[in-house]
Design a binder for this molecule. Sequence first.
Ligand SMILES: [Ca+2]
Ligand SMILES: [Ca+2]
Length: 203
Amino acid sequence: MKVHHLVAAAAAAIIVSTSAQALTYATSVFAERGTNSGGFGDRNDALNALGAPNAVRSGSGAGGFFSLGLGKWADFTFNGLTFNSQDGIVFEVTFGNVSNHPESANIFAFLAGDGAPGSNDNNLASFVGSVPNVDAQSGFLFNTTSEFDTIRIWDTTASSNNSKGFDVDAVGVVPLPAAAWLLLGVSGALVAAKRRAANKAAA
Ligand SMILES: [Ca+2]
Ligand SMILES: [Ca+2]
């Protein structure tokens, strides 16, 4: 078997193992909404942030997501499951208009029984990262380093942006280590490079 066949086989194996283990999406949410969060009926419903990403834009309306409002948060849980140092992912919605509507959030992961973070302080032990909406339109992967059953998404959007805050479409937990996702990307790039080389040789 030639090298590029081996690479393709490895990439295929990873794709199979990834699709076989689906993301665990949030099944319940408790939200403390921030300021400037009124209007746009559908985006007031926190339940729109549960399940797989499904935000839509049709005509003058948009649906399937939940706007946090400015400066507050929502807590997501996953059918009562506890995870340990697994990656999470959050999907935000700005419909390709992130330069006009820059939004952001801090992400926390903790065990509810240990008490939720009481401030939006990125020095807290449960803090796992910050996310600008530009990086979360197709899902922003974040890495946790401890046990958790709750993910808190805390809006940090500047009040000058005339925004209704970070718009959450979905929150999930990734079953595979991030390394596998990276490997998948690298393998795909290698396959593409080998194909280009092969095409060039054939031409
Ligand atoms: Ca948005
Ligand atoms: Ca949604």
